[in-house]
Structures are given as C-alpha cells and as structure tokens.
Design a binder for this molecule. Structure first.
Ligand code: BGC
Length: 465
C-alpha cells in the first residue's frame, strides 16, 4: 500500500498512520496446558496432540470456532444516542466522516447473518449497543432488547455460536456526559445495564464479553508518530477531549478514547468485575471474558522496554483474565519496542492503516496470551485493511499457518474470528480502510462477496487448512 493511499485525517486532531488501532494489534508467547475452563462442554475441544499425525498437519481442533466480527457503531447505522454520534458531528472534530447509515446492519442483519453462515462460518461476534438499550439513564428499551433477541435468533437459525460484546467503545451519551468510566459510579451503572441485558438476552448468548479492547487507553500511549519523539496518541486525544467538551458544552464529558487513561482504566477494571458478576448472577453458566488488543511485541535491538510495555498495558488485564472463562485476543501487526513502539522498519509492506503487513503476529500473540492468562484463548479479531483482496488472502494464509503451529504445540486456542465481515465505518478514519471480506455499496447497501470470503469460509467449513 502506497503512503498516498492511506486514510488522511480531517484535521490535526485526527489520527494518521500507525494510529489509533495499531494498538488494536499486538503481543506474543508460549504453549501452555490449559486449566479447566468454565466454558460449556460444547465448546471444550480436544488438544491436537490427541489427533493422528496425518490429520494434525491440516485440521484444527474439533468444535473450533470460525467466525466474523462486527461492532454496532461500525455497521448498524444511526446510533444517534451514543457518545460517538455526538463526537462525529462536531465540526472539524476527530472523525473523518460520520457513520450515518453505516452498513444498515440494524435492518439488514438477517441477510448478513445468513450470508456469513452460507460462506461456511459457524460463529458470529457482534456487539449490543448500550446506547440503544438504555438511551436515557435508567430507562431501558424493551424494543431495542427485542431487536437484539431477533439478531440472536437469526444466529440460532443458522446454527451460529454467538460471541456478544456488551461494550465496544461506544456508550450512551448521557453516560459520557457524566464522565464515562472516570465517574466513581460508572461500574454500578454498567453493571445495571449488564444485568438487564443478560436477563433479556442471556439465554441465547454463547460467550459474553464485558469489553472490547479495554487496554487501548494505555496502548495509545506507547504509539508515537513517526519518526518518533512526536506527540503520543494519548496527547492527541487529550486535545480532542478539550475541544469536545467545549463543543458539546458538557465540562464533564469523557469518552473511551478521549479521557484520562489511568482513571479510565481503573473505571473499566471495576466495571468489568461488576459487570461480569451481574451477568453471572443472572446466568451463572454463561462464559464471560473480554477482548484484549495486543501486538506481537518484539524487542528493538537496543534499549527495549518490552517488559515495561507489557506490564503497563496488559498486566492488570491479564490478571483479570485469569478469573474469566476465556480470553479473546485481537491483533493486527507487530510492534518493535524501544522506549516506545518504533515506526515499521523501512521498506516493509504497509496496510491501509499504516501498520506493517505482519500476519505472523497471530502466532506470537496467542503464545504469549495463553501462557500469561492461563485460560482458553479465542482470536476474536484479526485481519487486514487493504484494497487488494489478494493480499488479504495472503494475510490469512500466513496468519492461520502460524496459528496452527501454535495449536500443534499445545497452545489452547479454540477459535479464530476475523475482522471483519463487512467493509465498515473504521472510527476516526471513516469508511476509507477496507477490512471486510464482503464489500458494501453504501448508496444501495448491496453486499458483494470478495474472494477472501470464499477462501476463509472454505477453511472454516472444512475446519482444515
Ligand atoms: C477494533 C475494531 C476496529 C479494528 C480495526 C479493533 O481495534 O475492535 O473496532 O475496527 O480493530 O482497526
């Protein structure tokens, strides 16, 4: 991908290359014999070591989950009661363009889910949107809860396992106006929502996640703009926060990205614990975990701070993962870590996000995560932003070869979910980056299946490379 083809920020507060969700990539490590998990028997898998040698070379473990992921704010369209909707509409704000109708998945979910199943996948990961379910504080919408029940029913109809994220970055505007995760009662507010949503939907959820990538606020601080020494992304988001508070005339406003990172982490950790308890109090057998953003962290040749980076970003979350039923890991590239993450090496292929094209990150991350978390691992996001679908196929080929290698070594990975089913709204970058295995004509909402969808779907259907 040539530099000129990368998304361009709309202003100085927008994020350019290696941006924001390079974070949404990351880390590494070694095989571990899993301890018993609480995940239901249907999802327990035999380790590949029990399989005959010939089979072992190509097949994935029995009952392996193969899926695609989406997130409400990125595909549903018109999430008008969320904090992001407000931020998207600030003139010269941090978003390149508003999400608008997005992929109109809110109305087209049934056909999208049928398409996913037809392609050969057995799993759908999506988020329920808190801002729709509780648009005003304490006022829950049964109509919206019923909407998500219908989405879950469509999954059931196609025998899909459901991975449901309760919070994927976006939040109700009222919650953001009260300081979001920084507010001391945020965890209680979140737990109330978790309880209510689980009561309505829990019987149809196979795996619940409290948070998507709650480590992002810390991860951003390790990413600087090339050629180094520039402001960190955290600094840029702080500027965006000041601007948003003025524009929205709410001095307490905070968001997932734009907030104090330390207070946000404290709030998210507390909310994870209380949210998980609330879910379990309603449905004790529902497996609960969360999805961590990781990069395959590799030491720079001199002055590497890899251990410090890992302790800072992942440390508390890996500890939290040890009391979960599973851990979802999400990675897109590697990071070569000096004092901070270094820019990608000269001359390497870059993706539309400005990351190094590095599918081997999957193997590195699952080995590290499994060793540290000591619970079953699911790859809940991995993929590549590119306009050249043949590069996506190559990315999957290498990513899955690495994943298989780790599994053959005994690493307890039980699923691979790609980001993303659809070309969607990529947060600050708008609709530029193409992560989807299916393209979307935004004028007509017509879906077109790309060759990479057939490639990955065939692997999923055969459970074999
Ligand atoms: C996020 C997605 C995002 C993807 C690609 C992950 O960080 O969970 O919402 O679109 O990375 O950048």
């Amino acid at each position: 991908m040539k530099k000129s083809e990368r998304p361009t920020p709309s202003d100085s507060t927008s994020l350019s290359r290696r941006t924001l969700l390079q974070g949404a990539s990351a880390a590494a490590l070694l095989s571990v014999i899993p301890r018993e998990s609480n995940a239901g028997p249907a999802h327990r898998v035999a380790l590949t070591s029990a399989q005959p040698a010939a089979e072992k070379s190509k097949s994935f473990p029995e009952k392996f989950l193969w899926g695609c992921a989406t997130a409400g704010a990125q595909v549903e369209g018109n999430n008008t009661t969320s904090d992001l909707w407000a931020l998207e509409h600030i003139p010269d704000g941090m978003f390149k363009e508003p999400s608008g109708d997005a992929c109109d998945h809110y109305h087209l979910y049934a056909q999208d889910i049928a398409m996913l199943a037809d392609l050969g996948f057995n799993t759908y990961r999506f988020s329920i949107e808190w801002s729709r379910i509780e648009p005003a504080e304490g006022q829950f919408s049964n109509a919206e809860l019923n909407h998500y029940r219908r989405v879950l029913a469509a999954c059931r109809e196609h025998n899909l396992t459901t991975l449901v994220t309760y919070s994927h970055f976006a939040m109700p505007l009222w919650f953001a106006e009260k300081g979001a995760w920084q507010n001391t009662v945020a965890a209680d507010r979140y737990a109330r929502y978790c309880e209510r949503a689980t009561k309505h939907l829990g019987d149809m959820i196979d795996f619940a996640s409290t948070f998507n990538e709650p480590d992002i606020p810390q991860l951003l601080n390790w990413i600087t703009f090339a050629p180094a020494q520039g402001p960190s992304l955290t600094d840029m988001f702080q500027q965006a926060l000041v601007k948003a508070r003025v524009a929205l005339k709410t001095p307490e406003f905070a968001s997932f990205f734009a907030a104090d990172p330390q207070r946000t982490r404290d709030g998210l950790l507390a909310a994870h614990a209380k949210g998980k308890s609330a879910m379990k109090s309603v449905r004790p057998s529902m497996p609960v975990g969360f999805n961590l953003a990781m990069s395959d962290d590799q030491p720079a040749s001199t002055d590497s701070h890899v251990a410090e980076k890992r302790a800072d970003i992942y440390g508390p979350w890996l500890e939290a993962a040890r009391t979960c039923d599973y851990l979802g890991v999400q990675m897109y590239s590697r990071a070569i870590v000096g004092k901070k993450d270094l820019p990608p090496p000269q001359g390497v292929e870059l993706t539309q996000m400005g990351y190094e094209f590095y599918p081997e990150c999957v193997e590195g991350v699952v080995r590290y995560a499994a060793k540290e978390a000591r619970v079953p691992i699911y790859v809940t996001e991995n993929g590549v932003a590119t306009d050249d679908d043949s590069r996506r196929i190559e990315y999957y080929r290498r990513a899955l070869a690495g994943l298989k290698h780790a599994i053959d070594d005994g690493v307890d990975v039980r699923g691979y979910v790609t980001w993303s089913l659809l070309d969607n709204w990529e947060w600050m970058f708008g609709f530029g980056p193409k992560f989807g295995i299916v393209s979307v004509d935004r004028a007509t909402q017509k879906r077109t299946i790309k060759p990479s969808a057939a490639y990955l779907g065939n692997i999923a259907r055969g459970n074999s490379l």
